[in-house]
Design a protein around this ligand. Structure first.
Ligand SMILES: [Zn+2]
Length: 135
C-alpha cells in the first residue's frame, strides 16, 4: 500500500504577508495569511516501498495556503484570494531576490548606465570618467 503524501512531510503552520486587491473597492492592502509549510523529511518513513522511494525523490518543500478569503481592510467586505496563489514551492521562493538584493542591483545598474548623480555635478569627475573610457 502506497503511503499518503503527508507521510513524507513535516507540517508547520506559519503566517506570511500577502498583498491583495479587493474586487469591491479596488484597494490593495497587505494581509496576514496562514499557510502550512510542508518540509520533506530527511529520510523515507518506515514501510516505504520502491514506489514511495521514487515519489519521495521527486518531492519538494512547499507551502499551501490555508486562508481562502480575507476581510478587506478598507470596506470590510470579505473576498476570495485568487486561487492561483494557493501553492508555492519553497525553492521558488528562495530563487527570488529579496528587497535588499534588488536595491543593490538597481544601484549597481544605475552606476554603470547613468551620469553621476546631480548632487555632485563635478565637471572634473566627468572628465576622469571619460578618459578612463578612452583607454
Ligand atoms: Zn474593499
Amino acid at each position: 500500500m502506497a503511503l499518503d503524501e503527508r507521510a513524507f512531510f513535516t507540517e508547520k503552520t506559519e503566517n506570511r504577508p500577502g498583498r491583495y486587491q479587493c474586487p469591491k473597492c479596488r484597494r490593495t492592502n497587505d494581509y496576514n495569511i496562514r499557510w502550512v509549510r510542508r518540509a520533506k523529511k530527511d529520510r523515507l518513513p518506515a514501510g516505504a516501498d520502491e514506489n514511495d522511494r521514487l515519489k519521495f525523490s521527486k518531492l519538494r518543500d512547499y507551502l499551501l495556503r490555508l486562508d481562502d478569503e480575507v476581510t478587506c481592510k478598507a470596506c470590510g467586505k470579505k473576498f476570495e484570494i485568487p486561487s492561483q496563489h494557493s501553492l508555492m514551492f519553497v525553492d521558488q521562493l528562495a530563487g527570488l531576490p529579496n528587497d535588499e538584493d534588488l536595491e543593490r542591483e538597481i544601484a549597481a545598474a544605475s552606476d554603470d548606465d547613468q551620469a553621476p548623480p546631480p548632487a555632485k555635478p563635478s565637471l572634473s569627475a566627468r572628465f576622469t570618467r571619460k578618459s578612463q573610457g578612452w583607454k
